[in-house]
Design a protein around this ligand. Sequence first.
Ligand code: ATP
Ligand code: MG
Length: 463
Amino acid sequence: MKMTMPETVRHISFVPSAEFSAAREVAAKIQQAGFPAMLVGGCVRDLLNGVRPADFDLVTVAQPEELAALFPGCCRMIGACFGVSLLRYGAYEFEVATAREERNYLDGRHPESVRYTADLARDMERRDFTINALRYDPVSEILYDSVGGLEDLERGVIRTVGVAEERFSEDYLRMLRAVRFAARFRFEIAPETWRAIGALSGNCTRLAGERLYEELTRMLTGSDPARALELLRESGILKAVLPEVAALYGVEQPKEFHPEGDVWTHTLRMFEHQASADANLSWSVLLHDIGKAPSQSVDSDGRIRFFGHETIGAEMACAIAERFRFSNADRDAIVQAIRNHMRFASVREMRPGKIRRLLADPNFPLELELHRLDCISCHGMLEGFVYLLDCLRARSEHELPEMWVTGKKLIACGCRPGPAFKEVLDRTYEAQLNGNFAAEEEALRFALEFFGNRDGKNLPPRA
Ligand code: ATP
Ligand code: MG
């Protein structure tokens, strides 16, 4: 697809960070050797948005071997067949892509053939969205836009470069990327781009589990997971990749516990309240009630029930973890949080031993936060949560240091057990806890000094 849009050129200066300055030096050095070189993609978009870029990528017409000769010992090919080099420069690393044209994707992912081009504008045509296809020469401070990205950035629009159906058919992951960028920047998706996603969303089942996991996790831990999920659902992507979650839409719940609405609304509400960007917490939130769709039943008196939904949900989450290739540790944490999430409602009736084990579980912080989000996103009752916080505090108060002076030690020092024993030990320990001793020997001296009288008349003073 040849872009016919006339190129917009604009002079613009940015306040340079140290990394920006380093990237500019790299571009200058490549340019001095006679090859055009510019910043490209996400970093240009972020600079224009006033956001600090996560990394700086460059595009040049210099080929990988030419770059290696320009930066001896600092250049490593990372995408050998795509001509991408990783360049170490001072404290920084930059990805430098050799400008290329791409055609004929085979499997919705890998281009069949790669052809380098001397025209940097051609490289913009293979990029996913117009806002990601801007390039900036940091030496001359000129911004180049051959795809209308500047206008889309100003208007807040996600639009494919070129014909949407064609671009999505080359790489189905771009449909999820469109949703992620729309949610992240609170942009709209252009109508023709949105229509193409709707038509092609079913193909997302063909994407590798790892790529789906990474893209979904970035959405779920991003700035607006609820909006991302709504867009995924409306576009049909969710039904393709996570039908278990799509099925929560419209699953009614008892109004007295869930005034907020159906299971889908409840789940989104939890994301709106989530403060941390922890991936396992996000996946636990997303999947915690998936067992409700298959377990829903209605009593003869009209009451809605979800018998065993946490157990069913945990099994379903296992299958999802398999599909998306979660690590074993992540899978175990998420599945356990789902299986346990109803237990938290009855913590106040639990025996102390059970509570102690609950608190000692390494997964407890995640499960406690899931419980808090669960409560504040429906009935708002936090008694169980507060009770657990009290238990936590009591536990840390009772986690006492080891006694420096024990009965065994006193006996070893020649003291004979007698009525004063316990009292001496208690008072010595009290003094230890109060910080009266610098070291164990001091505590022992203190105890022995007062042990002279076996009748316990000569006790150490209370600390
Ligand atoms: P982020 O801040 O999320 O990293 P980004 O725009 O830098 O955003 P990357 O995934 O790092 O995104 O990709 C860098 C650039 O490479 C993009 O801006 C885009 O131009 C191009 N790109 C990345 N993935 C694709 C893809 N699947 N299809 C087409 N172009 C892509
Ligand atoms: Mg990036």
